[in-house]
Design a protein around this ligand. Structure first.
Ligand SMILES: Nc1ncnc2c1ncn2[C@@H]1O[C@H](COP(=O)(O)OP(=O)(O)OP(=O)(O)O)[C@@H](O)[C@H]1O
Ligand SMILES: [Mg+2]
Length: 312
């Protein structure tokens, strides 16, 4: 699949010092949902703002649909919609005017039908004549999205789209992002919420201290880095883990009723058959057994903390 955004050797050093981005190379594929995951200050907003032409890079190059963001700024920018992390709204503007005005900014002719569709999609149509200052924070965020969508961008950047919004709006937002993707829009979102990346993304990039430490298909990432757990529900509780089981990584839970074995999903030999044989030899019987894949959250925490330890 071709890259719709191509980032090479991108660095950013703010005037106040410190490298916000360290040689980032990243290709975004046309039509994908890409989630950029990272802790506060990792460089997510800086990266997005450079691609959108709001922050100037220190070095490196970015192509948007083949257009250089510096030399060919207007062409690059016209393909992009951005929902910024910080909400910026005109207090006395109406919802409809906000969305319509944004379209004009990108040199598009007015299209009330398109603006209506966008407002309806975001459940804002009933509020179209309300002025911004009378809306709640979540509603304002929807208006920001309406503004970003009003000029029919091919690439949509969502910087923390669901920060501070309620569960229902979050679900709506996810649904909307999927519909946009189905219409062929490429979506790049940043988030702290790992479940959001897990739920939404086709690919995930993890950024920490200005470095892109990993880019991977979500499914492959979960498989590659995922630890799995095998839980055995014991017939009789154990007071302690028998010493004969010392070679397996085991934990005893639920007052000794559950034996939990953690293993690497990618290892060819998990050690499970040998463990089960050993349990039989020891006369430890179980009623049931099940396995669980660890969540992206656990993977992320271990990645970021490994890195932090390595840097110390
Ligand atoms: N305008 C600026 N001037 C100086 N330093 C800045 C500026 N904007 C960001 N930084 C610094 O650059 C680094 C990356 O910030 P950035 O906003 O890109 O992080 P982020 O990943 O978006 O964080 P968050 O999750 O909190 O939104 C931080 O160390 C931040 O303090
Ligand atoms: Mg940010």
């Amino acid at each position: 699949m071709r890259a719709i955004v191509s980032i090479a050797g991108l660095t950013k050093r703010y005037a106040t010092g410190g490298d916000a981005l360290k040689r980032i190379d990243l290709d975004i594929r046309e039509g994908e949902i890409f989630a950029l995951l990272g802790p506060n200050g990792a460089g997510k907003t800086t990266l997005i703002n450079i691609v959108c032409g709001i922050v100037t890079p220190t070095s490196g190059r970015v192509l948007v649909d083949g257009h250089d963001i510096v030399r060919d700024y207007r062409a690059a920018r016209s393909r992009i919609g951005l929902v910024p992390q910080e909400l910026v709204t005109e207090a006395f503007e109406t919802v409809r005017a906000a969305a319509s005005f944004s379209r004009g900014l990108f040199g598009h002719a007015p299209d009330p039908r398109h603006v209506e569709k966008v407002l309806r999609d975001l459940s804002l149509w009933d509020r179209r004549n309300d002025i911004m200052m009378t809306l709640s924070g979540g509603m304002k965020r929807r208006v920001m999205i309406a503004k970003a969508l009003s000029h029919e961008p091919r690439i949509l950047f969502l910087d923390e789209p669901t920060a501070g919004v309620d569960v229902e709006l979050r679900r709506d937002m996810w649904g909307l992002v999927r519909r946009l993707r189905d219409q062929g829009v490429t979506i790049i979102l940043t988030t702290h919420y790992i479940d959001e990346a897990e739920e939404m993304a086709d690919r995930i990039g993890v950024i920490n201290h200005g470095e892109l430490i990993l880019v991977e298909d979500k499914a492959r990432l979960m498989k590659k880095l995922g630890k799995r757990q095998l839980t055995l529900n014991l017939q009789e509780p154990l007071a302690a883990i028998p010493t004969e089981l010392g070679e397996w990584s085991l934990a005893l839970n639920a007052n000794g009723h559950e034996l939990e074995f953690t293993f690497d999903a990618v290892e060819e030999h998990t050690g499970i058959p040998a463990l089960l044989r050993k349990l039989e030899q020891l006369g430890i019987n179980y009623r049931d057994l099940n396995t669980k894949q660890s969540s992206l959250e656990e993977i992320f925490v271990s990645l970021v903390s490994d890195r932090a330890t390595a840097l110390q």
